[in-house]
Design a protein around this ligand. Sequence first.
Ligand SMILES: Cc1cc2nc3c(=O)[nH]c(=O)nc-3n(C[C@H](O)[C@H](O)[C@H](O)COP(=O)(O)OP(=O)(O)OC[C@H]3O[C@@H](n4cnc5c(N)ncnc54)[C@H](O)[C@@H]3O)c2cc1C
Length: 399
Amino acid sequence: MNIPVKNCSSCGACANVCAHGAITMMLSKEGFYRPVVDPSKCVKCGLCEKKCPWENDVFNPNGSSKAPKTVAAYVLNEDIRLQSSSGGVFTILAENVLDDGGVVVGVAQLSSTRFGHIVVDNKADLAKLRGSKYVQAESGTIYRDVRALLKAGKRVLFSGTPCQVAALYAVLGNQANSANLFTVDVVCHGVSSVKVFENYIKELEREKSAMVLKTYFRDKSKGWRLFSMTSSLKMPAGNRESFSQTLHEDTFMRLFLRNLCLNKSCVACRYGKIPRIADVTLGDYWNIAEIHPEMDDDKGTSVVLLNTAHGEFLFNSISKGLVLCESSLEKAVAGNPCIVRSIRPHRNRAMFFENLNKYTLEELIQKCDGNLPLHWRFYYMVRGCLGRVKLRITNRLRK
Ligand SMILES: Cc1cc2nc3c(=O)[nH]c(=O)nc-3n(C[C@H](O)[C@H](O)[C@H](O)COP(=O)(O)OP(=O)(O)OC[C@H]3O[C@@H](n4cnc5c(N)ncnc54)[C@H](O)[C@@H]3O)c2cc1C
């Protein structure tokens, strides 16, 4: 397949439409899923290129509005709110679909370093989808699975990044306007490389002499704004511990937020803009304290865009479990530009990936991100040195 690498969002639409099983999504050198064609199976029908959402425009079949109704909201249930990345609106939408006998499709952590779309048919399993995982998710056969579910008459709520929602519509074709299908996209800053996350976990395991079981990317123990990356560790003695660092301290989160480890296509995202591709868009209402101060207690408030009448219908049926107030697109965008446009590329992205396996991630931040204020550079330099000394001592003691 001839999609230029900078344009492949790794959505996996091509692999899902290939009737000959000729396309496998494999991790590239940088750690993003890319289609690899088996020439012995490929019949050159061209369907993969015809369905590629990066090569062809895909639209929401319900007709997305250029001025979506915009709401600030959070879920009343405090446990759910604290386990969710923003205001927990996703869980309430999902529960509503499950109550109607439907299923929910979203991204779960599959292993310590892998993430992918799964189908959930009960409320207990919704916990697997809750919370953002800032790493590229494997699509597997998910779009085909949704097609089969719709064919069987199931109501389906599909959630993912904008490019994944576009991929679903591209794969479904005529079936995309099914009244049983609802889509949710997240306001997406971009997705990180799987290999970068693998290196992060390896470094953490070495530093702690432990096994990482699970990672929470948006732990709100210190607040929604000062969120933490928290990993649950299995220690050599068999006991469990957790390791937590705020977004300003954690190496992976700093790489992610500075756009160093994102997929190339994320800087020219075709679907993360107005009109949005999904029926409903969910994100963080970061400037809520200035716009609707009564909705802010630093536990997380969502910005909800109702892009289609279909999405508005779904949202109106759940408003009971929420605290909400009407807002406006302009106000939300002022605090969250990713609603309408892609992020800027980091000038040293190429340098970062070229050196990925030569240095630790902390060393790579020092090399590639020269804009840090002096006191932060000093802090990270000392931290990096201490980390290396500790590693050497641990290795010597092990011998
Ligand atoms: C990669 C990524 C980047 C994001 N960037 C921004 C941003 O810049 N600004 C902003 O306002 N919001 C961003 N978000 C969205 C935000 O973090 C919340 O996911 C969103 O507001 C929904 O929160 P919630 O509290 O309603 O529910 P939550 O329970 O927190 O939401 C979980 C939802 O996220 C989906 N999800 C989780 N991980 C992934 C993944 N790897 N790929 C695809 N879907 C996933 C799940 O399927 C589920 O639908 C991003 C999310 C992701 C996954």
